[in-house]
Write a protein of this length. Structure first.
Length: 347
Protein backbone atom coordinates (compact mmCIF):
# COMPACT_ATOMS: atom_id res chain seq x y z
CA UNK A 1 0.00 0.00 0.00
CA UNK A 2 2.82 2.42 0.78
CA UNK A 3 4.46 1.67 -2.58
CA UNK A 4 1.16 2.27 -4.34
CA UNK A 5 0.75 5.51 -2.50
CA UNK A 6 4.36 6.62 -3.34
CA UNK A 7 3.80 5.90 -7.00
CA UNK A 8 0.49 7.71 -6.99
CA UNK A 9 2.14 10.76 -5.40
CA UNK A 10 5.00 10.65 -7.90
CA UNK A 11 2.56 10.44 -10.76
CA UNK A 12 0.56 13.31 -9.38
CA UNK A 13 3.74 15.43 -9.00
CA UNK A 14 4.84 14.59 -12.52
CA UNK A 15 1.47 15.61 -13.86
CA UNK A 16 1.65 18.92 -12.02
CA UNK A 17 5.18 19.55 -13.33
CA UNK A 18 4.02 18.78 -16.83
CA UNK A 19 1.27 21.38 -16.53
CA UNK A 20 3.61 24.10 -15.19
CA UNK A 21 6.48 23.63 -17.70
CA UNK A 22 4.82 25.19 -20.79
CA UNK A 23 4.03 28.52 -19.06
CA UNK A 24 7.58 28.93 -17.72
CA UNK A 25 9.06 28.10 -21.12
CA UNK A 26 6.78 30.65 -22.75
CA UNK A 27 7.90 33.32 -20.30
CA UNK A 28 11.54 32.59 -21.01
CA UNK A 29 10.87 32.69 -24.75
CA UNK A 30 9.11 36.04 -24.51
CA UNK A 31 11.95 37.52 -22.47
CA UNK A 32 14.51 36.28 -24.99
CA UNK A 33 12.57 37.80 -27.89
CA UNK A 34 12.36 41.16 -26.13
CA UNK A 35 16.12 41.20 -25.58
CA UNK A 36 16.81 40.23 -29.20
CA UNK A 37 14.42 42.90 -30.52
CA UNK A 38 16.04 45.49 -28.27
CA UNK A 39 19.52 44.69 -29.55
CA UNK A 40 18.32 44.68 -33.17
CA UNK A 41 16.57 48.05 -32.71
CA UNK A 42 19.62 49.63 -31.08
CA UNK A 43 21.83 48.33 -33.88
CA UNK A 44 19.49 49.77 -36.50
CA UNK A 45 19.47 53.14 -34.67
CA UNK A 46 23.26 53.23 -34.53
CA UNK A 47 23.45 52.31 -38.20
CA UNK A 48 21.13 55.22 -39.06
CA UNK A 49 23.17 57.67 -36.99
CA UNK A 50 26.42 56.47 -38.49
CA UNK A 51 24.97 56.74 -41.99
CA UNK A 52 23.73 60.34 -41.34
CA UNK A 53 27.06 61.43 -39.84
CA UNK A 54 29.06 59.96 -42.68
CA UNK A 55 26.96 61.75 -45.30
CA UNK A 56 27.08 65.24 -43.71
CA UNK A 57 30.56 65.48 -42.15
CA UNK A 58 33.20 67.46 -44.23
CA UNK A 59 36.33 65.92 -45.66
CA UNK A 60 39.06 66.02 -43.05
CA UNK A 61 42.44 67.46 -44.30
CA UNK A 62 45.55 67.28 -42.20
CA UNK A 63 46.95 70.84 -41.65
CA UNK A 64 50.48 71.17 -40.34
CA UNK A 65 50.68 73.35 -37.22
CA UNK A 66 51.87 76.97 -37.70
CA UNK A 67 54.10 78.47 -35.05
CA UNK A 68 52.93 81.97 -34.04
CA UNK A 69 55.18 84.26 -32.05
CA UNK A 70 53.51 85.40 -28.86
CA UNK A 71 52.45 89.07 -28.80
CA UNK A 72 54.66 90.87 -26.28
CA UNK A 73 52.93 92.78 -23.55
CA UNK A 74 53.38 96.54 -23.56
CA UNK A 75 54.57 97.76 -20.23
CA UNK A 76 53.90 101.40 -19.44
CA UNK A 77 55.32 102.38 -16.07
CA UNK A 78 53.06 104.68 -14.11
CA UNK A 79 55.09 107.38 -12.36
CA UNK A 80 54.51 107.86 -8.70
CA UNK A 81 52.92 111.13 -7.57
CA UNK A 82 55.57 113.78 -7.26
CA UNK A 83 57.93 111.97 -9.65
CA UNK A 84 60.04 114.58 -11.46
CA UNK A 85 59.89 112.54 -14.69
CA UNK A 86 56.11 112.45 -14.74
CA UNK A 87 54.49 114.48 -17.49
CA UNK A 88 51.41 116.65 -17.06
CA UNK A 89 48.21 114.81 -16.23
CA UNK A 90 45.55 114.56 -18.96
CA UNK A 91 43.42 117.06 -17.10
CA UNK A 92 46.14 119.71 -17.08
CA UNK A 93 46.68 121.77 -20.26
CA UNK A 94 50.06 121.30 -21.88
CA UNK A 95 51.84 124.67 -21.80
CA UNK A 96 52.75 126.07 -25.22
CA UNK A 97 56.40 126.83 -25.75
CA UNK A 98 56.99 130.49 -26.55
CA UNK A 99 57.80 131.25 -30.18
CA UNK A 100 61.22 132.87 -30.32
CA UNK A 101 61.42 136.28 -31.93
CA UNK A 102 63.44 136.49 -35.14
CA UNK A 103 67.05 137.57 -34.92
CA UNK A 104 67.74 141.25 -35.17
CA UNK A 105 70.68 143.59 -35.68
CA UNK A 106 71.78 146.85 -34.12
CA UNK A 107 72.54 149.43 -36.80
CA UNK A 108 71.20 150.61 -40.14
CA UNK A 109 72.79 148.92 -43.17
CA UNK A 110 73.23 150.72 -46.49
CA UNK A 111 73.84 149.14 -49.91
CA UNK A 112 74.36 150.81 -53.26
CA UNK A 113 73.41 149.26 -56.57
CA UNK A 114 72.33 149.84 -60.17
CA UNK A 115 69.24 149.00 -62.22
CA UNK A 116 69.80 145.97 -64.45
CA UNK A 117 66.54 146.10 -66.33
CA UNK A 118 64.31 146.12 -68.04
CA UNK A 119 65.67 148.86 -70.24
CA UNK A 120 63.32 151.79 -70.43
CA UNK A 121 61.63 150.88 -67.15
CA UNK A 122 58.89 153.25 -65.95
CA UNK A 123 59.36 155.91 -63.28
CA UNK A 124 62.14 157.41 -65.41
CA UNK A 125 64.47 154.50 -64.71
CA UNK A 126 66.85 152.94 -67.18
CA UNK A 127 69.65 150.41 -67.07
CA UNK A 128 72.56 151.73 -65.04
CA UNK A 129 70.47 154.10 -62.89
CA UNK A 130 71.91 154.25 -59.39
CA UNK A 131 69.98 153.20 -56.28
CA UNK A 132 70.45 153.17 -52.52
CA UNK A 133 68.95 150.63 -50.14
CA UNK A 134 68.63 151.24 -46.39
CA UNK A 135 67.84 148.36 -44.02
CA UNK A 136 66.79 149.42 -40.52
CA UNK A 137 66.27 147.12 -37.51
CA UNK A 138 62.80 146.71 -36.07
CA UNK A 139 61.32 144.73 -33.17
CA UNK A 140 58.84 141.89 -33.51
CA UNK A 141 58.25 139.56 -36.43
CA UNK A 142 58.67 142.36 -38.98
CA UNK A 143 62.28 142.68 -37.94
CA UNK A 144 63.47 144.66 -41.00
CA UNK A 145 62.40 147.86 -42.67
CA UNK A 146 63.65 148.51 -46.20
CA UNK A 147 63.78 151.83 -48.02
CA UNK A 148 64.82 152.00 -51.70
CA UNK A 149 65.61 155.20 -53.59
CA UNK A 150 66.45 155.13 -57.30
CA UNK A 151 67.09 157.53 -60.16
CA UNK A 152 68.34 161.05 -60.38
CA UNK A 153 65.23 162.28 -58.58
CA UNK A 154 65.85 159.80 -55.77
CA UNK A 155 62.31 158.47 -55.94
CA UNK A 156 61.34 156.27 -52.99
CA UNK A 157 60.24 153.11 -54.80
CA UNK A 158 59.80 150.99 -51.66
CA UNK A 159 59.37 151.84 -47.99
CA UNK A 160 57.72 155.26 -48.24
CA UNK A 161 55.59 156.67 -45.40
CA UNK A 162 54.76 153.84 -42.98
CA UNK A 163 55.54 150.94 -45.33
CA UNK A 164 58.61 148.78 -46.00
CA UNK A 165 58.32 146.50 -42.96
CA UNK A 166 58.86 142.80 -43.64
CA UNK A 167 60.38 139.69 -42.00
CA UNK A 168 64.03 139.10 -42.85
CA UNK A 169 66.75 136.57 -42.11
CA UNK A 170 69.65 137.88 -40.06
CA UNK A 171 73.01 136.08 -39.98
CA UNK A 172 75.85 137.21 -37.72
CA UNK A 173 74.17 140.56 -37.14
CA UNK A 174 73.54 141.30 -40.83
CA UNK A 175 70.23 141.11 -42.74
CA UNK A 176 70.76 138.79 -45.71
CA UNK A 177 67.36 137.73 -47.07
CA UNK A 178 63.77 139.00 -47.34
CA UNK A 179 60.82 138.00 -49.50
CA UNK A 180 57.72 140.20 -49.38
CA UNK A 181 55.61 138.64 -52.13
CA UNK A 182 52.51 140.84 -51.65
CA UNK A 183 52.06 144.12 -53.48
CA UNK A 184 48.62 144.91 -52.05
CA UNK A 185 49.73 145.70 -48.47
CA UNK A 186 50.92 149.29 -48.91
CA UNK A 187 54.07 148.63 -50.92
CA UNK A 188 55.31 146.47 -53.77
CA UNK A 189 56.48 142.86 -53.89
CA UNK A 190 60.10 142.94 -52.77
CA UNK A 191 62.85 140.30 -52.95
CA UNK A 192 66.31 140.75 -51.39
CA UNK A 193 69.10 138.15 -51.24
CA UNK A 194 72.80 138.67 -50.45
CA UNK A 195 73.50 135.16 -49.12
CA UNK A 196 76.57 133.30 -50.36
CA UNK A 197 77.75 136.12 -52.59
CA UNK A 198 74.42 136.79 -54.30
CA UNK A 199 73.46 140.42 -54.89
CA UNK A 200 69.83 140.32 -55.98
CA UNK A 201 67.02 142.80 -55.47
CA UNK A 202 63.76 142.78 -57.42
CA UNK A 203 60.69 144.97 -57.05
CA UNK A 204 57.28 144.48 -58.64
CA UNK A 205 54.36 146.80 -57.95
CA UNK A 206 51.07 146.55 -59.88
CA UNK A 207 49.53 149.34 -57.82
CA UNK A 208 52.17 151.90 -58.79
CA UNK A 209 51.44 154.38 -61.55
CA UNK A 210 52.82 153.31 -63.91
CA UNK A 211 53.24 149.68 -62.83
CA UNK A 212 56.78 148.89 -61.73
CA UNK A 213 58.86 145.78 -62.32
CA UNK A 214 62.65 146.16 -62.04
CA UNK A 215 65.75 144.19 -61.08
CA UNK A 216 68.79 145.65 -59.32
CA UNK A 217 72.30 144.43 -58.74
CA UNK A 218 73.69 145.40 -55.35
CA UNK A 219 77.35 146.22 -54.82
CA UNK A 220 78.29 144.01 -51.87
CA UNK A 221 81.53 145.92 -51.34
CA UNK A 222 79.55 149.11 -50.82
CA UNK A 223 77.95 147.85 -47.60
CA UNK A 224 77.97 150.37 -44.77
CA UNK A 225 76.91 148.44 -41.67
CA UNK A 226 76.87 151.55 -39.50
CA UNK A 227 74.95 153.99 -41.67
CA UNK A 228 72.71 156.65 -40.28
CA UNK A 229 68.91 156.52 -40.53
CA UNK A 230 67.30 156.54 -43.97
CA UNK A 231 66.47 160.11 -45.02
CA UNK A 232 62.94 161.28 -45.65
CA UNK A 233 61.78 160.47 -49.16
CA UNK A 234 62.16 163.34 -51.63
CA UNK A 235 59.65 161.77 -53.99
CA UNK A 236 57.46 158.69 -53.72
CA UNK A 237 55.63 156.45 -56.10
CA UNK A 238 52.07 157.25 -56.99
CA UNK A 239 50.08 154.26 -55.76
CA UNK A 240 46.35 153.59 -56.08
CA UNK A 241 43.90 151.11 -54.59
CA UNK A 242 43.59 148.88 -57.64
CA UNK A 243 46.04 147.31 -60.08
CA UNK A 244 46.91 149.26 -63.17
CA UNK A 245 45.10 146.76 -65.38
CA UNK A 246 41.79 147.66 -63.76
CA UNK A 247 42.40 151.39 -63.95
CA UNK A 248 43.99 150.84 -67.38
CA UNK A 249 46.78 153.23 -67.99
CA UNK A 250 46.38 155.76 -65.21
CA UNK A 251 49.73 157.60 -64.97
CA UNK A 252 50.38 159.97 -62.10
CA UNK A 253 47.43 162.33 -61.74
CA UNK A 254 46.05 161.70 -65.23
CA UNK A 255 42.51 160.43 -65.59
CA UNK A 256 42.18 156.74 -66.40
CA UNK A 257 41.71 155.90 -70.02
CA UNK A 258 38.92 153.68 -71.34
CA UNK A 259 39.29 149.94 -71.60
CA UNK A 260 37.50 149.41 -74.90
CA UNK A 261 40.72 149.17 -76.91
CA UNK A 262 42.38 146.51 -74.71
CA UNK A 263 41.85 142.83 -75.54
CA UNK A 264 40.27 140.67 -72.87
CA UNK A 265 43.23 138.24 -72.94
CA UNK A 266 46.54 137.87 -74.73
CA UNK A 267 47.07 135.72 -77.78
CA UNK A 268 49.34 132.72 -77.50
CA UNK A 269 51.91 134.41 -79.73
CA UNK A 270 51.99 137.41 -77.37
CA UNK A 271 52.47 135.11 -74.38
CA UNK A 272 55.26 133.11 -76.03
CA UNK A 273 56.98 136.30 -77.15
CA UNK A 274 57.08 137.58 -73.57
CA UNK A 275 58.21 134.26 -72.13
CA UNK A 276 60.89 133.66 -74.74
CA UNK A 277 62.75 136.76 -73.57
CA UNK A 278 63.35 135.04 -70.22
CA UNK A 279 64.58 131.73 -71.62
CA UNK A 280 68.25 132.70 -71.83
CA UNK A 281 68.24 133.65 -68.14
CA UNK A 282 66.29 130.52 -67.20
CA UNK A 283 68.77 128.20 -68.90
CA UNK A 284 71.53 129.61 -66.67
CA UNK A 285 69.70 128.59 -63.47
CA UNK A 286 71.49 125.28 -62.98
CA UNK A 287 68.61 122.83 -63.52
CA UNK A 288 69.95 119.33 -64.22
CA UNK A 289 70.56 118.78 -67.93
CA UNK A 290 67.78 116.86 -69.67
CA UNK A 291 65.12 117.97 -67.17
CA UNK A 292 61.84 119.41 -68.41
CA UNK A 293 60.11 121.78 -65.98
CA UNK A 294 56.46 122.69 -66.56
CA UNK A 295 56.06 126.32 -65.51
CA UNK A 296 52.48 127.41 -64.84
CA UNK A 297 52.54 131.18 -65.14
CA UNK A 298 49.82 133.58 -63.95
CA UNK A 299 49.92 136.82 -65.93
CA UNK A 300 48.15 139.87 -64.50
CA UNK A 301 46.25 142.32 -66.65
CA UNK A 302 48.99 144.90 -66.20
CA UNK A 303 51.39 142.66 -68.15
CA UNK A 304 53.46 141.27 -65.26
CA UNK A 305 53.78 137.76 -63.84
CA UNK A 306 52.05 137.70 -60.46
CA UNK A 307 52.53 134.02 -59.60
CA UNK A 308 53.96 130.77 -60.95
CA UNK A 309 54.35 127.08 -60.08
CA UNK A 310 57.12 124.64 -61.05
CA UNK A 311 56.61 120.95 -61.77
CA UNK A 312 58.78 119.30 -60.62
CA UNK A 313 59.51 121.70 -57.79
CA UNK A 314 62.92 123.36 -57.63
CA UNK A 315 64.64 124.57 -54.48
CA UNK A 316 67.39 126.81 -53.18
CA UNK A 317 69.46 128.81 -55.63
CA UNK A 318 67.76 127.21 -58.63
CA UNK A 319 64.31 128.34 -57.51
CA UNK A 320 65.60 131.83 -56.71
CA UNK A 321 67.22 132.13 -60.14
CA UNK A 322 64.00 131.07 -61.89
CA UNK A 323 62.01 133.53 -59.79
CA UNK A 324 64.21 136.45 -60.81
CA UNK A 325 64.10 135.49 -64.49
CA UNK A 326 60.30 135.25 -64.54
CA UNK A 327 59.80 138.52 -62.66
CA UNK A 328 61.57 140.29 -65.50
CA UNK A 329 59.04 139.09 -68.09
CA UNK A 330 56.74 141.76 -69.52
CA UNK A 331 53.59 141.31 -71.61
CA UNK A 332 51.09 143.64 -73.29
CA UNK A 333 48.26 144.81 -71.05
CA UNK A 334 44.78 143.32 -71.35
CA UNK A 335 41.42 144.10 -69.78
CA UNK A 336 40.98 140.81 -67.91
CA UNK A 337 42.19 140.48 -64.34
CA UNK A 338 44.59 137.61 -65.10
CA UNK A 339 45.26 134.58 -67.29
CA UNK A 340 47.29 131.40 -66.80
CA UNK A 341 49.42 129.41 -69.22
CA UNK A 342 51.59 126.30 -68.93
CA UNK A 343 55.06 126.62 -70.43
CA UNK A 344 57.33 123.55 -70.56
CA UNK A 345 61.04 124.44 -70.54
CA UNK A 346 63.71 121.82 -71.20
CA UNK A 347 67.25 122.29 -69.87
Amino acid sequence: PFERARRSAAATAAAENAQQLPSESKAGLVLGLVIVVAFVGFGAFMAMVGSEDSSSSPVQVAVPPVQVEPIPELYMPVPEPGDATAGPSPEEPVPEEPVPEPATFDKVHLYRGVVLGPDGAPQGLAQGERCRLWISPNTGNLNCRFALDCGRGETRLYGAAESGYTPCIVVDGHPVFADDDDDDDGDGAFFFDVRDGRSVLTLSDRYARPALNIELELDLDSLDADAGPAPEAKRSLTRVDEPEALANGQIGDDEPEGTDELPETLTMSQVLEGLSKTKESLLECGVESGTTVRITVKISGDGSISDFELDPEQHGNVEGCITIALLMARFPQFSGESMSVVWPVRW
